[in-house]
Design a protein around this ligand. Structure first.
Ligand SMILES: Nc1ncnc2c1ncn2[C@@H]1O[C@H](COP(=O)(O)OP(=O)(O)OP(=O)(O)O)[C@@H](O)[C@H]1O
Length: 123
């Protein structure tokens, strides 16, 4: 293997390591992600309990990934905002509100998907 190819592969492996570190940091420090992780665990158990179909699993896993990844991006935006402008500013407020709005939209979609999957199984 050439040195160039080797360093490319090594850099990719390192990037995965840093991404893993970031995901672990999120899970360890952010209350919102911890709540979402708990809900994801509950619905995963529910998925096995109700023996949901392959299509339902696809939607469920997609929505869990969507909500938690957007929450991660929202947290990152909050960190950037607090770093570049720790003082109160209307623009910082708007930036944070819009980022939180994105999580809200994904969460509403996830709730609708969960309702479509589980309501007919419960009632
Ligand atoms: N520097 C600021 N200037 C103006 N408004 C702010 C500022 N910081 C926070 N806010 C307002 O407070 C809201 C909450 O901000 P905060 O950073 O505490 O987010 P949060 O959703 O409570 O985050 P978390 O619970 O993940 O820490 C923002 O959406 C925004 O409306």
């Amino acid at each position: 293997m050439s040195a160039k190819k080797e360093s490319f592969l090594l850099n990719r492996i390192k990037s995965v390591g840093w991404a893993f570190k970031g995901a672990w940091l999120l899970l360890r420090t952010e209350a919102s992600i911890q709540i979402q992780f708990f809900i994801a665990t509950v619905v995963t158990i529910a998925g096995f309990y109700f023996d949901i179909s392959k299509t339902e699993w696809l939607f469920q896993v997609t929505m869990i990934g969507l909500v938690m990844s957007i929450e991660g991006i929202n947290t990152s935006i909050e960190y950037i905002a607090d770093f570049i402008h720790p003082e109160f500013h209307n623009s910082i407020g708007r930036i944070k509100d819009v980022a939180a709005g994105a999580v809200f939209i994904a969460s509403i979609a996830a709730i609708i998907v969960a309702a479509i999957i589980y309501l007919p199984k419960l009632f």
